[in-house]
Design a binder for this molecule. Sequence first.
Ligand SMILES: O=C(O)CCC(=O)C(=O)O
Ligand SMILES: [Fe+2]
Length: 284
Amino acid sequence: MDIQKVDKISYRDFMENFYKPGIPVVFKEATKAWQASTVFTPDWFRKNLGEKTIEKNGRTYTMREVLDLVETSTEANPAPYPFIFDIPTNLHELIPYIQPTDLGYAKPNWLQSKWFSQGYWGSALEVFIGGPGGKFPYLHIDFYHLNAWINQLYGRKQFTVFPKGQDEYLYPRPDDPWRSALNIFEPDYEKFPLYRKATPIHFTVEAGETLFIPAGTWHSAYSLEPTISVAFDQLNAKNFSAFLKDVWQFKMREGKLKAIGQYSYAWMAGQLCRINSRPKLKNA
Ligand SMILES: O=C(O)CCC(=O)C(=O)O
Ligand SMILES: [Fe+2]
């Protein structure tokens, strides 16, 4: 299986061929709608956001330092990866540059409703910055079974995804089943023999391209150059029951009472979004 790259595809074709069956796809030019596609470069970030700060591995870095690090990063001596800046709380200046956020494809998105505030449910609207040799630290599926949209705005990144149904070859950790115990960049086949049966799909996402990762897809990433991406998540009727299961599992870590409260709230918010996203009847 290969990952398809699509050019101008209608919303309906995306829904039928990729969204409903849960197949990853790369959009070649969806971000053309965003001002960000011509504006986001390391120099623009330096000039406009240079003093913004971020914590990583117990250290505080300015945007300027992050960009210097990723621009001098090498395969042999990679900068830490990823540097993640939260857009709503830290880089809110960028919001006008990424409109419409749904790109005309990532809809409906219940995370944008007032009932699910962005950020709270593990959902994200974030900038990822990396440099050559920067590897996402583990193979994983995203928390809360949200769909992920990764918009590559500067530089190229390599992604690896696995077809559905290969969980048993990928060794989910018993203590953290969203995360694999193996290192796909240097697999230890002695320790993880079933991994031989897995069929990773590697592909490059170029600047300007958008990767759709359906909920529950195992994936990881690898920065090939200095890179800037904007990632966001999506929730709606399709992934809602898987989302609710994760809400329960995560909140149970904080106790049963917490889990019952959060699960009930999430369930109710979902019903409100469901009612709201129904087509309106004329003259009703
Ligand atoms: O490094 C990347 O772009 C992948 C990020 C990712 O998979 C995640 O944050 O869940
Ligand atoms: Fe992810």
